[in-house]
Design a protein around this ligand. Sequence first.
Ligand code: 13P
Ligand code: ZN
Length: 272
Amino acid sequence: MSLINPKEAVAQAYATGRAVGAFNVDSLDMQAGVIDGAIAGGSPIIIQVTSDTLDLWGWARFTGLLIKEAENAEVSVGLHLDHSTRLDDILKAIDLGFTSVMYDGSVLPVHENIKNTRTIVEMAHKHGVMVEAELGHVGRSGEPPDWEAVTTASEALEFFEATEVDSLAVAIGTRHGKLTHPDRVNFKALEEIKTLVTCPLVLHGASGVPDELLGKIIVLGISKVNIGTELRRIWWRSVDQARGAKTRLALHEASRAIARYVEHKIRVLSRA
Ligand code: 13P
Ligand code: ZN
């Protein structure tokens, strides 16, 4: 149990119709909650952070703390750089000890996305680091709605063969930062991708996707499920309720609430 490259855990999940939970954290109390939830649920976990979070806390400082906690955890923990659009950031993350990175070229023309992803795959693999890319585009609030683009199976196949990426984020109707309505999930697109492409797939914007629906999605090749917004909602709700209490108690309770949620979610994803 320690810091791992999550490639094998994701591949194993893919082979058995399960998924690894990947949770976005902004602070150490959030990370502690995610790890405690993973220990209770008995499954490997991926902790992920964005460049924005690292810019705020300081890359070396925050990564050092995340790695130390992961190394001491009684569960396997992958450390993933989420949604990076910059080669420099990916190099920095690999240098600092991240075991997995995402290159997000999803708003670029496909041939550019392929070219950049291929460069990063070659470089990251030399360091034993897993690479995720995105094809199609999972939208987020604040973006023009026409950026959203569903992933097609034929493009996904071409992308996978050209890049040899380890996992592929696909756009099948979820959105970042919103609780996704079940009707939005495009099962037809997912089934077509699963039929054609033998690559573990990643679901972004999974906050609010009901458990039953997640169960149906993960048997169709989605083997990493990204959740961020839901953790932040739980954190804020808990801290708001503890207003006026000692800070240490408020943060500890928020961390416990996150742990309970993560434990439940990874049981759903591992079909335990
Ligand atoms: P949500 O914040 O919508 O859960 O999405 C998380 C995510 O996709 C992180 O990459
Ligand atoms: Zn995402």
